[in-house]
Design a protein around this ligand. Structure first.
Ligand code: NAD
Length: 402
């Protein structure tokens, strides 16, 4: 009896996840993709081809081709959801709700629901599945840089993260599952292989409160809030271009996340938020070998080899003239699935967040959206975010899931 896993999504990450899961002899991997004609295209390809995950070798090592066949690819949840003990949703966060609504009528009440990437995915699961949400499992980020080469047939993994923070909550968090007898986290490690190494982060809120979306939002605000609207001749560096004021803002925003963390811990000492770190400390654990000058947050950002040469996303309005692209995911995803969520959690916990508010008010105007209105998360666009208010989670217990 194989362990039945459903991968939801039809993009780059979904291809890799489905391919790696299907390659395991004790796992049956199915795919649900609701978008356009992806299910038909993928099914058609599987009639004559395997799905190949091509993992590019690093440091001169040869590439590895992992070939497998998902058992079914469908756009009909009723065909693929029943019987699955683990559902892995691998889509951009804006499509989480769509998949959760689609699986809801068919999902086994003892199912593990995993979001990749999934900061604040737990709010969506509890908000939409309600009583049917047993165990929710989240990854802070997609484990790979990856790209489909040929739809349904081949996907290339250009690189893997070294480590990924994960969190799991619910009755099956540590239970042995499937014929492998491994816990859910061990099962995912088994599917992924050696890299990335999964690190448990305590309560899922830890991942929401951790650094990256916060970092991107603060850099965008710091860089562009005083911009005069005139096109620039040069595209500024994203991290290396951070000045003293922006570095201070990033640090202050990170302190505000810690203030939210402490406020919640005071009310709910049983909730494990011990892994929430200041952004400087986060860099010291993540990028210790890449950073040349560790003396301050500014020098850390300016001298991190992993960030060398990365630029702002800009639009060329005329030859050699650039304006910032405020539709880039550092704003369009990191605000609704980052800062909006943290701000919403802080509101439920009764903690004031003047710095978040300042950045959010600026960013929502750039996005042409309303999230924060009259000091509350009540704008008309909150329903396209994963803040607790979007799902009617009103108390700290509802937000924390117990
Ligand atoms: P992707 O770009 O491949 O996602 C596209 C897929 O999402 C489509 O194939 C479709 O299945 C689904 N989709 C798109 N629009 C939809 C809609 N309107 N309704 C329903 N479904 C829709 O995504 P990915 O590359 O797998 O990345 C997943 C997430 O990870 C994203 O948030 C991305 O920003 C992030 N990420 C990706 C990479 C990477 O290398 N691919 C790296 C870092 C982070």
């Amino acid at each position: 009896d194989k362990f039945q896993v459903l991968v939801c999504g039809g993009g780059n990450g979904a291809h890799v996840m489905a391919g790696l899961a299907a390659a395991k002899p004790d796992i049956e991997a199915r795919v649900l993709t609701l978008f356009a004609d992806e299910a038909d295209q993928w099914s058609e390809s599987l009639k004559t081809n395997d799905l190949t995950v091509l993992v590019k070798g690093s440091d001169g090592q040869p590439d590895t081709a992992i070939k497998s066949k998902p058992s079914m690819v469908s756009k009909k949840p009723e065909e693929v959801v029943p019987g699955c003990k683990m559902i892995i949703i691998v889509v951009p966060a804006f499509a989480h709700n769509l998949y959760l609504e689609a699986i809801k009528p068919y999902v086994d009440p003892k199912c593990i629901i995993l979001g990749v990437p999934g900061p604040s995915f737990d709010h969506a699961v509890r908000g939409i599945l309600g009583e049917k949400a047993d165990t929710v499992f989240i990854f802070e980020t997609l484990p790979w840089a990856c790209r489909i080469k040929e739809y349904g047939k081949e996907v290339e993994v250009l690189g893997s993260k070294e480590t990924v923070l994960v969190a799991i909550q619910g009755s099956l968090s540590t239970a042995p599952i499937g014929p492998m007898g491994k816990s859910p986290v061990e099962t995912l490690q088994y599917v992924l292989g050696a890299a990335p190494v999964l690190h448990l982060a305590g309560h899922p809120l830890c991942i929401t409160l951790m650094a990256t979306p916060t970092l991107h939002s603060a850099i965008m605000y710091g860089t562009w809030t005083n911009w005069d609207g005139k096109p620039l001749d040069k595209i500024p560096l994203f991290y290396q271009g951070v000045n003293e004021t922006t570095a201070q803002l990033i640090s202050d925003l990170s302190d505000e996340n810690l203030k939210v963390t402490k406020g919640i811990k005071r009310k709910r000492p049983d909730v494990d938020l011990s892994q929430v770190k200041h952004v400087y400390d986060w860099f010291m654990t993540r990028y210790t070998n890449d950073v040349q000058d560790k003396s301050s947050l500014k020098t850390v950002l300016q001298t991190n080899n992993a960030y060398a040469g990365l630029k702002h996303s800009m639009l060329e309005v005329e030859p050699g003239k650039f304006v910032p692209d405020f539709s880039h995911r550092y704003i369009s995803e990191d605000i609704p699935f980052g800062l909006v969520v943290t701000r919403g959690v802080a509101e439920v916990a009764g903690i004031e967040t003047p710095i978040m508010d300042k950045i959010l008010l600026w960013a929502q105007e750039k996005l042409g959206k309303e999230f924060l209105v009259n000091g509350k998360m009540q704008g008309k666009d909150i329903y396209s975010t994963q803040c607790p208010q979007a799902y009617g989670l009103k108390t700290l217990d509802e937000v924390l899931g117990h």
